[in-house]
Write a protein that binds this ligand. Structure first.
Ligand code: C5P
Length: 296
C-alpha cells in the first residue's frame, strides 16, 4: 500500500539525546554484532527537526548523508511519499554516545508512526538504519536487548544527569569500541535486568546497578581519562560512559546537587550539560502531520 505524508502546519519536533543507564555486553553473535542489555533514557538535550508544508520533499542539513537522509530514501523505497520541507538543527554533539544521529532519524519515523504510518513499516526501516534507531520511535525509558533493537518500555527514571563530552576524535567509533572489547569486558546482564525489574516495580533507579562494558577501553584514551579524573576530583565517584562513549555522565536525584556538580566541573574547565528525562509529546506532534493512503 502507498502512503502520502503532508504537513498541516509548521512543526518543530525535538529529537532527544539518549543516555545508557548501564550497557552490558553479553558476547559476540554469529551475525557479527554483539548481544547487549541496556537501559535507555531520552533526555532534554535535543536536536530540532523543523517540518513545513511543501509541494515536494526538500531536506536541509549541515551533516552530509546523515541518518535522516537515509531514512527519507528508505521511506521512498517503502512506498511512502513525503511532501515537506525538513530542516535539521544539530545541538547534540556528533558521535558522542548520546545517539544524536539515531534520534534524528528515529524521532522523524516516530512522528510519522504516531501520525498514522503502519508500525511494521516504520520499525523495519528503523532497524535497517542502526541498532539504536528503534528506541527513538517512542523514546522515554526502555530496556533494549538483542543488538539493541528489541525494546521494552519502562516507567520513567527520575533525577538529573550531568554530561560531559571529552574532546577526542574516534573515527568509526562504535565498531572500533566494540572490536576493542575482550571477553573480560563481557557480563551476564543480570545487573541491567535487575535495574529493569526495579523500574517496572516503580522502586526507582538504583545507580549501584549500572555497568558499562566500554569503560575499560574508553579509559585508554587520555581525554576520556582526564574527564573522569575531573569528576572524581570534584567528589563524584559515580561516573559512567553513555553507550560506547566518549560522553561521560553522573546522576543525581536532586536538581540542586546536579547544579553544584555542573558548577564544580565548569571551574575545572569542562562544559557540562545539565539534563533530565524528556519524552517528545507525540500526540501534539502527530496533529501537525497528515498521513493518507493512496498513490503519490
Ligand atoms: O547498528 P549500528 O550500525 O549502529 O552498528 C555499528 C557497528 O557497531 C556494527 O557494524 C558493529 O560493528 C557494532 N555493533 C555491535 N553490536 C551491537 C551494535 C553495534 O557489534 N549490538
Amino acid at each position: 500500500m502507498h502512503y502520502r505524508v503532508t504537513i498541516r502546519e509548521q512543526v518543530t519536533i525535538p529529537a532527544p539525546a539518549k543516555l545508557n543507564l548501564g550497557l552490558e555486553v553479553l558476547g559476540r553473535r554469529p551475525d557479527g554484532y554483539h548481544e547487549i542489555l541496556t537501559i535507555l533514557q531520552t533526555i532534554d538535550l535535543c536536536d530540532h527537526l523543523e517540518l513545513e508544508p511543501a509541494s515536494q520533499l526538500i531536506y536541509q542539513t549541515s551533516v552530509p548523508d546523515d541518518l535522516v537522509a537515509r531514512a527519507l530514501r528508505a521511506l521512498e523505497l517503502h512506498n511512502v511519499t513525503l511532501r515537506a520541507r525538513i530542516r535539521l538543527e544539530k545541538r547534540i554533539p556528533l558521535s558522542s554516545g548520546l545517539g544524536g544521529g539515531s534520534s534524528d532519524a528515529g524521532t522523524l519515523l516516530g512522528a510519522l508512526w504516531h501520525a498514522g504510518l503502519p508500525e511494521e513499516r516504520v520499525r523495519s526501516i528503523a532497524e535497517t538504519l542502526g541498532s539504536d534507531v528503534p528506541f527513538f520511535l517512542l523514546g522515554g525509558t526502555a530496556l533494549a536487548r538483542g543488538r539493541g533493537t528489541e525494546i521494552e518500555p519502562l516507567p520513567s527514571v527520575d533525577g538529573w544527569f550531568v554530561v560531559v563530552v571529552p574532546e577526542v576524535s574516534l573515527p568509526s567509533k562504535t565498531p572500533r569500541l566494540y572490536a576493542a572489547l575482550t571477553p573480560s569486558d563481557y557480563s551476564d546482564g543480570s545487573a541491567t535486568l535487575h535495574q529493569a525489574e526495579r523500574l517496572r516495580a516503580h522502586l526507582g533507579f538504583d545507580p549501584s546497578l549500572v555497568r558499562n562494558a566500554f569503560l575499560r577501553p574508553l579509559l585508554t584514551f587520555e581525554p576520556v581519562r582526564q574527564v573522569v579524573e575531573h569528576f572524581r576530583s570534584a567528589g563524584i565517584a559515580w561516573v559512567w560512559p553513555s553507550g560506547a562513549g566518549p560522553a561521560i555522565f553522573t546522576w543525581s536525584p536532586s536538581r540542586a546537587e546536579a547544579e553544584t556538580i555542573a558548577t564544580a566541573l565548569r571551574t575545572r574547565g569542562l562544559h557540562p550539560y545539565l539534563t533530565h528525562p524528556f519524552t517528545p509529546d507525540w500526540e501534539s506532534i502527530a496533529t501537525a502531520i497528515d498521513v493518507t493512503v493512496g498513490a503519490p
